[in-house]
Write a protein that binds this ligand. Structure first.
Ligand SMILES: [Zn+2]
Length: 156
């Protein structure tokens, strides 16, 4: 989760708009389409398109005008979920070496023996998975290098 501010970049504003895309539609698909808060002559959907049109040409790292950001916040509120930060499985890596399971020999081997994928194997069999950081684990050699930290009773 994240908050859009008057200092957000174009990339953050894009994530914000994608997160709020559904709120531009009538909830039940039958009622009238919601009106824009910022400009009542537009529907929320049209306002969304105006905002998106203004930032889609920018690079993700570019700043955008604070008035545009202020209007987006007025229209949708500042809250949004950052897709990149919240999809844990795509960043499932060893806390020590930073490698994903499908690049670590031991998991490739064991997954092959069990007829599963390295990711699935870590999720179901690796005791350090989720024990220290959400969605991450220690491969055996990093676990040993880290002096075998104790896994909490309730998280194992
Ligand atoms: Zn490792």
């Amino acid at each position: 989760m994240a908050d859009l501010t008057e200092h957000s970049t174009a990339g953050e504003a894009k994530n914000f708009l994608f997160y709020h895309m559904n709120s531009t539609k009538a909830v039940d698909g039958v009622s009238e389409i919601p009106r824009s808060t910022v400009n009542s002559s537009l529907t929320k959907e049209q306002a969304w398109n105006v905002f998106f049109g203004a930032i889609m040409k920018k690079e993700d790292s570019e700043p955008i005008h604070y008035l545009a950001l202020r209007n987006m916040i007025r229209e949708f509120g500042s809250y949004y979920e950052d897709e990149a930060a919240s999809c844990g499985n795509n960043h499932m890596t060893c806390i020590g070496c930073g490698l994903p399971p499908d690049q670590i020999e031991e998991y490739i081997e064991m997954a092959r023996e069990e007829g599963t994928t390295p990711e699935q194997f870590v999720m179901s069999e690796e005791g350090t998975y989720n024990a220290f950081e959400p969605g991450r684990f220690y491969c055996t050699s990093c676990y040993v290098n880290a002096d075998m930290p104790i896994i909490g009773e309730d998280s194992a």
